[in-house]
Design a protein around this ligand. Structure first.
Ligand code: AP5
Length: 234
C-alpha cells in the first residue's frame, strides 16, 4: 500500500513527479489542482464556485476542496494507494486528511525560489489533453503546439505574475508549516527537487526506498494532469 502525499511550493515539479511515480506504482495520481481545473472547465456548480479563487492564486475554501477530494478518494482505484498532490495546504486540511485516510509517507520538495519562478514562467499546458510542457526545459516538438493532439498550448491563468505572487505567499504562510507537522509525526522525507526530472525522480524513489529503475515506460517529461481528464488522446 502506497499512500503518499507531495508537499512543495508552486512549480516545484510535484505534478511531473507524481504522474511518473503513480504510473510506476500503478496507483492514481490525485491532484486537487487538476480536479478543480476539470470542475471549472466542465462548469460544475463546484467549479463555478472555485474558479475565482484558483485564477487569483488563492486557496479555495476548505469545504469545497474537501468535497472534491472525498469523492475522488472514495473511488475504487485508490484501494492500493495514491499519490496525493496539492492536499493538504493548511493545518485544517491536514487534520481532515488524517481522518479520511492514513498516510504512509509525505515527500517535501525543496528548491530555491528563483528556480520555481522560472519553471512557472515557462509552463505551458494543452487545453485538450492537459499535457504539461516547459518552454525552457521540456518544449513541445512544434513551437506552441501539443505533441499529442496539435492543440495550441496555453498559459495557466494562475501562472500570471500577480497570481504567482499570491500562491507563493500562501504557500509560505499556510502550507510550509505542514513540513514540521509531518516531521513531528515521522512521516516526512525531503528531496532536493532542483535538477532535471530524471535526477529528481531518482532521488524520489531513493527517498521512498523504491528501486531506482521504476520507470513507467513512457516519456516522463510530458505529463497530463491528475484530475478527471476532459477529452483528448491518452
Ligand atoms: P495546484 O495545481 O496544486 O498548483 P501548485 O501547488 O501551485 O502546483 P503547480 O501545479 O503550479 O506546480 P507543480 O509543483 O505541480 O509543478 P509541475 O510539475 O507542473 O493548485 C492550483 C490552485 O488550485 C491553487 O492555487 C488553489 O487555488 C487551488 N487548490 C488546489 N489544491 C487546493 C487545496 N488543497 N486547498 C485549497 N485550494 C487548492 O512543474 C512546473 C513546471 O516546471 C512545468 O512546466 C514542468 O514541465 C517543469 N518542470 C517540472 N519538473 C522539472 C524539472 N525537474 N526541471 C525542469 N523543469 C521542470
Amino acid at each position: 500500500m502506497y499512500r503518499i502525499v507531495f508537499l512543495g511550493p508552486p512549480g516545484a515539479g510535484k505534478g511531473t513527479q507524481a504522474a511518473r511515480l503513480a504510473r510506476a506504482l500503478s496507483i492514481p495520481h490525485l491532484s486537487t489542482g487538476d480536479l478543480l481545473r476539470s470542475a471549472i472547465a466542465e462548469k460544475t456548480p463546484l467549479g463555478l464556485r472555485a474558479e475565482r479563487f484558483v485564477t487569483a492564486g488563492e486557496l479555495v475554501p476548505d469545504a469545497l476542496v474537501l468535497e472534491i477530494l472525498k469523492e475522488r478518494l472514495g473511488r475504487s482505484d485508490t484501494a492500493r494507494g495514491f499519490v496525493l498532490d496539492g492536499y493538504p495546504r493548511n493545518p485544517e486540511q491536514a487534520e481532515k486528511l488524517a481522518a479520511l485516510a492514513p498516510i504512509d509517507r509525505v515527500v517535501a520538495f525543496d528548491l530555491p525560489l528563483e528556480v520555481v519562478t522560472e519553471r512557472l514562467g515557462g509552463r505551458r499546458v494543452c487545453p485538450v489533453c492537459q499535457a504539461v510542457y516547459n518552454l525552457h526545459t521540456q518544449p513541445p516538438r512544434i513551437e506552441g503546439k501539443c505533441d499529442r493532439d496539435g492543440a495550441s498550448l496555453e498559459t495557466r491563468p494562475d501562472d500570471r505574475p500577480e497570481s504567482v505572487a499570491t500562491r507563493f505567499r500562501l504557500y509560505r504562510e499556510k502550507t510550509e508549516p505542514l513540513i514540521r507537522f509531518y516531521r513531528d509525526r515521522n512521516l516526512l522525507v525531503t528531496i532536493d527537487a532542483n535538477g532535471p526530472p530524471e535526477t529528481v525522480y531518482a532521488r524520489l524513489t531513493a527517498a521512498l526506498g523504491l528501486a531506482s529503475d521504476m520507470a513507467p515506460g513512457r516519456d516522463a517529461s510530458v505529463y497530463s494532469g491528475g484530475g478527471a481528464r476532459r477529452s483528448g488522446p491518452a
